[in-house]
Design a binder for this molecule. Structure first.
Ligand code: SAJ
Length: 407
């Protein structure tokens, strides 16, 4: 069976490699010629653990090729980006473009699967009509499904096989065919429903997480006001069998959580929008913490949007950097290209040191050494990733976000 996969990004590429590894004839299509060339000659740089080797195995099977053009195939899978624009309006133009390309080569009996996260209704109201410009009719002439992905960056290969999947199929035949296809590598459950429900499931999952992080952040601000430690509150509250408070943080980054909730909003002003505002305002709170101490140089550790990844999309640190425009700021991140100066260069002479990301590389930092390099002594921990006693013994004024007792 021949598959044509649109979008060789952090989902499309592993998915293409997975299917190729399982013996399918896979053509990966991407608009970026450099990326296409790099995939074909195996020189594609990816930091995702294990993916480079896995991709090389898939290429060696001869089952995986990349091109900028689609070819007639049995199944077309769309894994292109679906960002939101600056005005928070969803941008599904890449999905529409892929649909138009497929309409040019689709044949009777083919199937189209949309994996990209989209506003509910997109598969039936936007993609289906574009595909039918081919003169073929969905369900009657070709299958159509929405099958959202849920892999956690950093654990993609593992989660591609272990996570449960949802197939939102336009009809029974599409559901059966899509299930059979994904069963080639999915070991989790495969649930079926309609396309719009599947779209709603995906955006609801990430909105659930974003709203719960906003609750944790709001509790952190309240604890600072009321004089207790939110980290103790969360740890003890989560002993309750039905409570799962998330962790406060300096903001919510990545290209999913800050994006997907907007796919559910069209003007309404409720909880989901408020949660987005709370999370986006956390960098303002970190600025307030910094401004409580005299000026001077600020050293910031961690530019990625979360620990142990090199992805800095919607990074809270870059947002914080732009808000600290009145101070000299130095950034460091062992994973993100452009910020890999030495820790010493970053910290030397700094008045304030902020831990914005709890990369595992930072867990071994020696407080004594750091304080001897700094001019000041303020250390702000936004992730509760440092040992208070160690840093205070080294002479730091240790500030834990969400715990006013310490500042
Ligand atoms: N964060 C907090 N507090 C928390 C958890 C996370 O502040 O308790 C922050 C992180 O620091 C990060 C941001 O939120 O800046 C997002 O991190 P994340 O790990 O929650 O999300 P992603 O974007 O890495 O992955 C999510 C996952 N979705 C869910 O957990 C419901 C993943 O399963 C999805 O596949 C992925 O989005 C996606 O592609 O949609």
């Amino acid at each position: 069976m021949k598959l044509c996969i649109f979008g060789l990004g952090y989902i499309g590429l592993p998915t293409a490699a997975m299917f190729a590894n399982r013996g399918f004839d896979v053509l990966g299509v991407d608009v970026d010629e450099e990326r296409v060339k790099a995939v074909n000659n195996g020189s594609f740089e990816i930091s995702e653990p294990g993916l480079k080797a896995f991709l090389r195995d898939s290429l060696n099977t001869g089952n995986l090729r990349a091109s900028v053009e689609p070819e007639p195939s049995d199944v077309f899978i769309i894994c292109v980006p679906t960002p939101v624009k600056d005005d928070k309006v969803p941008d599904i133009s890449h999905v529409e473009a892929a649909g138009k390309e497929i309409a040019g080569v689709i044949q009777k009996g083919n199937m189209v699967i949309l994996e990209s996260t989209v506003p509910p209704g997109t598969t039936l109201n936007t993609l289906k009509p574009i595909l039918e410009e081919s003169g073929l009719t969905a369900a009657e002439d070709f299958g159509l499904c929405h099958c959202p992905e849920r892999v956690m960056p950093g654990h993609i290969l593992k989660e591609l096989t272990e996570n449960h999947r949802i197939i939102g199929a336009i009809d029974e035949d599409s559901s059966v065919r899509a299930k059979e296809l994904y069963r080639s590598f999915v070991e989790g459950e495969i649930y079926d429903t309609d396309p719009t429900t599947a779209e709603f499931v995906k955006v609801s999952e990430n909105t659930f997480r974003d709203v719960n992080i906003a609750l944790a952040n709001e509790l952190a601000l309240l604890c600072e006001e009321k004089g207790t430690n939110v980290w103790d509150v969360i740890k003890l509250a989560n002993n309750h069998p039905r409570v799962n408070l998330h962790k406060p943080g300096p903001g919510v980054g990545g290209h999913c959580l800050p994006v997907d909730p907007w796919f559910l909003l069209n003007g309404d002003d409720g909880l989901i929008r408020k949660a987005r505002e709370i999370n986006d305002n956390m960098t303002k709170h970190v600025v307030q913490l910094v401004h409580r101490f005299s000026g001077g140089t600020v050293a910031i550790l961690g530019v990625a949007y979360k620990a142990d990844t090199d992805d800095s999309r919607h990074s809270p640190t870059l947002e914080l950097f732009s808000r600290l425009d009145d101070m000299e700021v130095r950034l460091h991140d062992p994973h993100v290209i452009g910020y890999q100066n030495t820790l010493e260069e970053t910290i030397r002479g700094a008045n304030v040191l902020i831990f914005m990301v709890d990369h595992k590389e930072y867990s071994g930092i020696d407080p004594q050494e750091v304080l001897s390099l700094m001019d000041g002594d303020v250390v702000i921990d936004t992730r509760n990733c440092l040992d208070k006693a160690d840093w205070e013994d080294a002479g730091a004024r240790y500030v834990l976000m969400g715990n006013s007792k310490l500042h």
